[in-house]
Design a protein around this ligand. Structure first.
Ligand code: PLP
Length: 495
């Protein structure tokens, strides 16, 4: 399978190289025109385990890895790292379904991909003599999942940038207590978009070229990396299989998914599943108050020139949704000239516009809706009080949008993207009001457990008493220098 840039079909790479590189040199994202030839018969997958399904999907999409490499990677990634035997269990929420994606080591769905990406990366590196510095901007969850996944991986180091003051107490603690010789964590004075843009600039700046002279290459663990996207396709198949195996739907019957969205990575993975033959009708795009995608899908106008809102679903506080570029590529039938000009407009004016048939095609597959914080809190309450389910604020955004956009008679699977305990303060306050005095994240964790009887995940409980190791905070403009310094420190002299 050959990958190429969304902006230029001549800019190509095999899957190993695409994983190592992360972003294309021209700033585009790796896509493949062969995706819709990679069809899978779901019926054949019904008896397979999560791991077996993953191997089948990876075998199709990551063609230049050997089946032994993929098999080893899958065993390592999903053998014992998830606390649920099904990896991503499907459970009920009212008339619909909740796909629980948060049973991994860092309690967010990012783990599903970030347990596998390091496997793919180190196998692609082996024997090349290259070393890689992973540079990642995080809105809160990718950072910890990537740190956990890449910790102590040979010939790889990782630097994570998070927006200081704009992640939850627990998310921050998870990152700044990260152990490991090859990790660096740093706060940014700004928001996620500032961090993400600065990171993208490092890739095209002189810093990258300087490091290459030392044999050190830059790569990304953000969902712009195909190695991040592809593992997420698996759980869409798993959800469908579970509904078939439980007799909820018949052969070939279509279902909907509702996906809380920021960078459009997770929902795009669902679209990949659809292109591969999974009977999906709608992929409902759910946004918080930063509803740039809702407006785009309704009007065809993507406009990031708007106030940035800090919400209780911080991992979705994003105004530049990177993977939209991939969706537009596929929806426009691979029109690289169009993508190039739209992305030029976005860069220069912060805005682009589409219309006509392209917009209609997008609207047919991706209904969109949004929920502000008040509506999100109402969603947390409704899920708990009416359905007896404790859900996190991101999932609650999706839950509210699902009520509006779902249809009776078509089963809808809501992707539950994080454990409520990562956001225990906001979840607790939505349900029971604020605790008195100066309560920290742990006080809320205890209180939430006491009131609901739901156990917090072990790794979150274990944060108590961990040492804060990473205290750097810098301006976005300093990111390039910081990456250079850390790369030399962690990978500079070969050992
Ligand atoms: C990252 C994240 C999202 C958004 O996922 P995208 O792939 O960026 O659309 C939603 N919920 C949670 C909890 C997340 O961590």
């Amino acid at each position: 399978m050959i990958y190429h840039s969304t902006r230029d079909k001549q800019e190509t790479a095999g899957s190993r190289e695409a994983v190592l590189q992360g972003l294309c040199r021209d700033g585009g994202l790796f896509v493949s025109d062969e995706l819709s030839d990679c069809r899978l018969d779901v019926e054949e997958l019904l008896p397979l385990s999560y791991k077996e399904t993953a191997k089948r999907i990876f075998g199709l999409l990551l063609g230049d890895y050997s089946s032994q490499e993929l098999s080893e990677g899958v065993e390592e990634a999903y053998g014992s790292t998830f606390s649920a035997p099904e990896v991503t269990p499907l459970t009920r929420i009212g008339e619909n379904w909740l796909l629980e994606l948060y049973h991994g080591p860092t309690s967010a769905f990012k783990d599903v991909a970030l347990c596998m990406l390091p496997q793919l990366m180190s196998k692609a590196l082996s024997g090349t003599g290259k070393r890689v510095m992973i540079v990642t901007a995080t809105s809160g969850d990718t950072g910890k999942a990537a740190l956990n996944g890449f910790r102590d991986v040979k010939d790889v180091a990782i630097t994570v940038f998070y927006p200081e003051g704009k992640v939850s107490d627990i998310q921050r603690l998870q990152m700044i207590t990260q152990e490991g010789e090859n990790v660096a964590v740093c706060g940014i004075r700004g928001n996620f978009d500032d961090a993400q843009s600065a990171v993208k600039t490092v890739f095209s700046s002189g810093a990258g070229a300087e490091l290459e002279k030392e044999g050190i290459f830059l790569s990304s663990a953000n969902s712009i990396n195909v190695g991040r996207l592809i593992p997420q396709v698996v759980y869409y198949f798993e959800a469908y299989k579970a509904l078939r195996n439980q007799g909820v739907i018949r052969k070939g019957e279509c279902i909907d998914f509702c996906v809380p969205t920021g960078n459009f990575g997770d929902v795009l993975a669902g679209y990949y599943g659809k292109l591969m033959g999974l009977p999906i009708r709608h992929l409902i795009v759910a946004s918080n108050e930063n509803n740039v995608l809702t407006d785009f899908i309704r009007s065809g106008i993507y406009d990031r020139n708007r106030p940035f809102h800090k919400t209780i679903s911080p991992s979705m506080d994003i105004l530049i949704s990177s993977n939209l570029e991939r969706m537009l590529y596929y929806m426009s039938g691979g029109d690289v000239e169009l993508i190039r000009s739209l992305m030029q407009d976005l860069k220069e004016k912060g805005r682009f516009q589409i219309g006509g048939e392209l917009l209609e095609r997008i609207q047919e597959v991706f209904p969109a809706g949004c929920a502000d914080d008040e509506k999100t809190r109402a969603g947390i309450r409704r899920a708990y009080e009416v359905e007896g389910r404790l859900i996190d604020p991101h999932t609650a955004v999706g839950y509210q949008v699902m009520q509006e956009k779902g249809e009776k008679g078509v089963p809808c699977v809501l992707l539950s993207t994080a454990s409520p305990y990562k956001f225990c303060r906001d979840v607790y306050e939505a349900l029971f009001g604020p605790l008195s005095g100066e309560a920290d994240g742990f006080a809320y964790m205890d209180a939430l457990r006491e009131k609901t009887g739901v156990e917090p995940p072990e790794p979150l409980k274990a944060l108590r008493g961990k040492t804060e190791l990473h205290k750097d905070v810098i301006d976005p403009g300093e990111i390039g220098g910081y990456v250079m310094k850390k790369a030399m420190e962690k990978l500079g002299s070969e050992t």
